[in-house]
Design a protein around this ligand. Structure first.
Ligand SMILES: Nc1ncnc2c1ncn2[C@@H]1O[C@H](COP(=O)(O)OP(=O)(O)OP(=O)(O)O)[C@@H](O)[C@H]1O
Ligand SMILES: [Mg+2]
Length: 253
């Protein structure tokens, strides 16, 4: 017979309750139960978000609050607020973040992805080359359908860094399949430092490139990123600081 509180809670799928039920203030029974269950729901939601973030596979943790929009030119039909509210995901729209190196394309994609997870959305983040290789590997092992099904379940797919490394032809074809599968039923964010006219240099086939871009841009917010690389600016500023300190040090002696 399972009689302990822990066992009863487990049977009722309220496994967290024994850990916090003493912390919930008690005035009268109904209020106590409402507050207890409220806390249980909050804990479950937090655990679900953690799971979604792990599944997404983000390269780091970025917050939209820290993002500087100054390098970004938005189309007239989009706004910062609207993008941040994530309506584009419910409307199966895409974001194409295209432009200069080190201006925040990955930052913005990650921050939007994290926010989507916090709203309960399923997100998958891949560097483009990793995704192509994963698709190729799954294909070789006869597990491609399983992978495609799992990718198809995401609300938002993020494909980062299209353009740095040319893809193997079969990799490009498999990537096209991912975008075709997502068309009008999932949202995709792609970041690239290449202009659309240059994408065939990575995908290796004009027809495939045209068909891929066609599907991506049909319902898309095309964000153009401009300006100097923040990595370079930060490195130069660190160098200046270090020199400043050295000079200070020298001045002191
Ligand atoms: N607009 C921005 N706001 C805040 N931080 C930024 C911004 N742009 C770049 N950074 C910082 O600079 C670094 C590089 O940014 P990020 O990786 O997002 O650039 P990117 O555009 O994806 O570059 P690449 O084209 O090389 O992939 C990161 O540490 C990021 O935090
Ligand atoms: Mg990047």
């Amino acid at each position: 017979m399972q009689n302990t509180l822990q066992q009863k809670c487990k049977a009722l799928k309220l496994a967290n309750v024994p850990f916090y039920y003493r912390e919930v203030p008690f005035d009268e029974p109904e209020q106590y139960l409402i507050d207890l269950f409220e806390k249980e729901l909050r804990i479950r939601q937090a655990k679900r978000i953690d799971k979604l973030i792990k599944l997404a596979g983000f390269p780091n943790s970025k917050s939209l609050e820290d993002f500087d929009w100054s390098p970004v030119t938005l189309p007239e039909s989009s706004s910062k607020t609207e993008l941040a509210e994530l309506g584009f995901i419910d409307r199966f729209e895409n974001i194409l973040a295209v432009g200069a190196v080190g201006t925040g394309k990955t930052f913005l994609a990650t921050a939007l992805g994290l926010r989507a997870c916090s709203k309960g959305k399923t997100v998958r983040f891949f560097r483009c080359l990793d995704l192509a290789n994963t698709l190729l590997e799954s294909h070789r092992q006869g597990r491609l359908k399983k992978l495609m099904d799992s990718l198809g379940k995401a609300d938002l797919l993020i494909i980062d860094e299209l353009g740095f490394v040319p893809l193997h032809r079969s990799g490009a074809e498999l990537l096209f399949n991912v975008v075709a599968q997502a068309y009008e039923c999932q949202s995709v964010i792609i970041t690239s430092n290449l202009k659309f006219g240059e994408w065939n240099s990575v995908l290796g086939d004009n027809r495939l490139t045209t068909a891929l871009i066609d599907r991506l841009v049909h319902h898309a917010h095309i964000l153009s990123f401009d300006g100097p690389s923040r990595r370079l600016s930060q490195a130069l500023s660190n160098l200046k600081d270090a020199n400043g300190l050295d000079e200070g040090g020298e001045n002191e002696t």
